[in-house]
Each structure stands twice: as C-alpha cells, then as structure tokens.
Design a protein around this ligand. Structure first.
Ligand code: ADP
Length: 487
C-alpha cells in the first residue's frame, strides 16, 4: 500500500503543536506495518535545524507551479525522519516559506498552502508515484481531495483521508481566493462546499470531498457534531458522519519516557520512582524556585490560547496560590495571557514561576519534575501533554473533554474501586469553581502517599504508543481504498 502523508508541520523540520509530532511518529509506525509511506511538508527556511541533512532532488520535467495564471518555481528536497528510513519530501519556495513564522496573517496565507498542495501533487505526478491513498492533515492540505477528484485525472483511483487535528482552524479567506485556488465558482453558493458565510473555507472543502475523515480522539469525533464544538462546521460534519471516526493519537516514547529521556536530570521508572524527586530538585534549581519537600509542584505547559483554558487558570490562580503547592507555567501565545501570567509571576514569585517562550528541553524537565499537571482545556482534540504526564508519574488534572476524557481515568476519592485504575483527576463543566475544587482535591490527595503512588503507577503502566493507533489508521486506509474502488 502506497501512502502520501501530507502535513504543514513535521518534527524535526518544523513544529507549532501536536500535529507535528503526529506527522513524524505515525508515518514511522506505519512503515513497520508495511505501509510504503512518503511524507510531504514545506521547507520553512528560517526554522530548519542546520544539522538536518537535506538533498536537493534534480531532473524534474517542470518545476513550475501555476497559481492564478502565474508560474511559481518549486524546489524539492529529500530527507528522512530521524531513526527511520521514511522519506520526507520538503517543498521549497523562498517567497512562500522563507517567512518569520510558519503560519502568518499575511494576505496571501491561503495562497501559500495552495502552492504547497499543488507542489505535492506535481511531485507525485511527475515522479509517477501514484499513491493508493493520500492522507491529509488540517486545512493547509484540505484542497487535495478536491484536486485529485476534479483536477488531476491521474489520481482518479487514489483515495483520500482527511485528519482533523483541530476544527477551530479552518483556513477561511475572502472569495477572491477562488481563482487562486483553482476552485470552480459553481461550488461557491450558500451551503455549498466552498462557501462559508460569504467566504471560502479550506476545511469545509476537505470535509466535503475526502473519502473518509477522522479526528484524533473518539470523544472529539462525537463532540464536533454539536454546535458547541463544531466551530460552525457541525452541519457538514453531520452530513459526513458515516465516514467520520476517531482514532486516538499515540505518543513517541522514544522521546517521552522518563526511563530513557536524555533531557531530564535523572532517569526513573516505576520501580525507581523515588528518583523523580531528583528531577523536582533539579527543576526548582534551574527555574530558581525554592524546593519545598512537602509541597506538590504543579506544572502547566501550553500554547497560550483560549482553547487551553488559560482564562480559567488565570481566574483561579489567586486561590491556587493559597494552597500548599508551587506552580510552574511554560507557554507562549496571545500577548494578553503572557502579560497577565508574567504579572502573577512577579507578584507571587516564591510559589509561582512563569516562563514565556517555547522550550522543549524545559518541557521535558517540567514533566519529570512536577507532581501534578494541569490541562483545563475548553476543548481538546487529543492532547499530548496529559499522556506524557501519565508516563512521567505526574498526575494530570484535566477537563473531561475530547482526548482528555479518552485518556485520563479520574480518581473520585470515594471508593477503593476508583483507585484500582485511576491515574488523574477530571472535572466536567468548563467552570472555574469546578477546576479549583479539582486542583484542591488533587493537592490534598498528594498528602496520602499510598494513594498517590498508586495513581502514579497506574498512569505509568498505561500504553499509548503508536502501534495500536497506527494499526487503526491502516485499517481505515484499507476501508477508504476499498470504498474508492467500489465506486
Ligand atoms: P496542541 O497541539 O493543541 O498545542 P498538544 O497537547 O497536542 O497541544 O501538543 C502540544 C505539544 O507542544 C506538546 O508536545 C507540548 O509539550 C508542546 N508545547 C506546547 N507549548 C510549549 C512550550 N511553550 N514549550 C515547549 N513545548 C511546548
């Protein structure tokens, strides 16, 4: 089975969020299941680690991509995903991908990813590598199902799968993008596949034209059918619900396992949990916070956007800081959140450290050094940090939504049955009161050493490796290919 895996971010070439991790780990796991997979992603000049080896691919009949009647040049580079022989094709155009950010608010943002998608299809066509299935990820790739059905007859037998990592990001642009996208005007009418409240919507096109669709957790697949979570696409998603499934993301334990993680102070596993303390001491020293033996250290690592529940966190911080606990927050994103958090950090510096920025090494140290991890998300398609936390014996406190609901087994404190499998804490409503109560409960449970250790061990024993999820993707590929060939 030949699969082209197309994504606008792939670790270690680029990353803004969890999709980049998925786009590296899943293709590697698929390869071990005998799927012949090639990964396609833009080459963002400013973000590329100089140590990565890239080779230019030569001898294309044409390196010109036609955008709205103008030709734009493309260069293709080849590399592999680390520790694997999975080939990655990087698409270069300095004008489109040499910018200061991976995603921009520039007026040609849509055009950048139209170019990307066309360049992928040109590569496949010109190298005569016709995939059985093209796997797309989010809006930046969501026009390909339309292109392969309507614009490139050479792909008429290729099936398509669109993975929705987050339906809140849809790629919405004014209708004058239609000729740039080479989309037929006939599709642009109220309730039509290309129209969304007077604008053009990449993701809606993808949902309409792809053969199968999935989200990154089973709960999120159900949630997006409702007004609360569908971000305006619940109508079309309901029309496609028979072709919509949820497959939980796996995580890459080569990167995220306290037993082997080279980025933390001291490695540990479930039989040497006491060494976790060394990580707490090391982290406190590094972030210049007094180490307090009996206080749990509570961690939070996130993009600072509304989705992640920062407003709830900020609302309850004054109450949280009355607890016998210390807090470390690592995040970057919206300015207003960064400023509010920094202000709290200054005011309560003995018990709260706020670090603004993106720092992968520090993220690992926080996972290893913290006792409790907070994820009060408004919505969460899957979420990775709670899964890492389980592995690091760092009990997650989550809002029971999307992938958070599917991965954390909450402790209720009332019966011994609950402790048998529980590995974290959860609250249902998006409410500051419920969040506060749940953190207070977690902090008081921390004092019960036996109970706490059981929660940690339960979490550490759970397995969210990619093997299981990759097998589910392979099944879904087979289903999509069968479906396509029956038509
Ligand atoms: P999302 O993709 O919505 O941002 P996920 O939980 O799926 O959320 O994935 C987030 C990933 O990005 C995790 O690997 C997390 O550790 C990392 N991350 C997020 N913010 C930061 C940050 N400020 N510094 C370091 N890593 C971060």
């Amino acid at each position: 089975m030949k699969v082209a895996f197309v994504s606008s971010e792939v670790v270690p070439f680029s990353k803004t969020g969890g999709m980049a991790d998925v786009s590296a780990a899943l293709p590697k796991a698929l390869k071990t299941l005998d799927v012949e997979v090639k990964v396609f992603t833009p080459k963002y000049g400013k973000f590329l680690d100089k140590n990565l080896k890239l080779k230019i691919i030569k001898n294309f009949p044409s390196t010109e991509i036609l955008i709205n009647g103008n030709t734009k040049n493309v260069k293709y580079f080849s590399s592999t995903l680390p520790h694997s022989n999975v080939e990655v094709i990087l698409i270069e155009n300095e004008f489109y991908f040499g910018r200061d950010n991976i995603y921009t608010t520039d007026p040609d943002e849509g055009e950048r990813f139209i170019f990307f998608q066309k360049a992928v299809l040109e590569f496949l066509k010109q190298t005569d590598w016709i995939p059985d299935l093209i796997h797309l990820n989010d809006w930046q790739t969501a026009l390909i199902p339309y292109y392969i059905k309507e614009k490139y007859p050479v792909f008429r037998s290729s099936a398509s799968l669109l993975t929705l990592h987050n339906v809140a990001y849809q790629g919405i642009f004014p209708p004058d993008i239609l000729p740039v996208a080479d989309v037929d005007e006939k599709l642009f009418f109220p309730t039509g596949p290309a129209e969304y409240y007077g604008n053009f919507n990449f993701l809606k096109m993808g949902i309409f034209f792809s053969d199968v669709i999935n989200t990154v957790s089973p709960t999120y697949a159900k949630e997006i059918l409702t007004e609360e979570f569908g971000a305006g696409l619940e109508g079309i998603l309901n029309e496609r619900k028979n072709d919509l499934v949820g497959i939980l993301n796996g995580v890459d334990y080569k990167e995220w396992d306290p037993a082997s993680d080279p980025l933390i102070f001291e490695n540990y596993n479930s039989t040497s949990l006491e060494l976790k303390t060394e990580n707490k001491i090391g982290l406190c020293k590094e972030i210049k916070m007094r180490y307090r033996k009996t206080f749990p250290l509570v961690g939070f690592i996130s993009r600072l956007t509304e989705q992640k529940g920062i407003d709830l966190l900020i609302e309850i911080l004054p109450e949280l800081l009355k607890l016998k606990a210390c807090f470390v927050i690592l995040g970057a994103g919206e300015k207003k959140y960064e400023e509010q958090l920094l202000e709290f950090g200054k005011r309560y510096s003995s018990k709260l450290k706020v670090i603004i920025g993106y720092d992968n090494t520090l993220a690992h140290k926080i996972e290893a050094g913290a006792d409790i991890f907070l994820m009060p998300s408004r919505f969460e398609p899957c979420g990775l940090n709670q899964i890492y936390s389980l592995k690091y014996g760092t009990a997650p406190v989550v809002r029971a939504t999307g992938g958070l609901r599917d991965t954390v087994i909450p402790y209720n404190g009332n019966d011994s049955n609950s402790l048998r499998n529980a590995d974290g804490f959860a609250f249902d409503d998006y409410s500051a009161t419920q969040f506060l109560k749940t953190v207070q409960f977690a902090v008081s449970t921390y004092k019960q050493k036996g109970v706490w250790k059981k929660l940690q061990l339960n979490g550490m024993s759970r397995d969210f490796s990619w093997d299981v999820s990759a097998a589910k993707y392979k099944e879904l590929y087979e289903k999509a290919i069968r479906q396509k060939r029956e038509v």
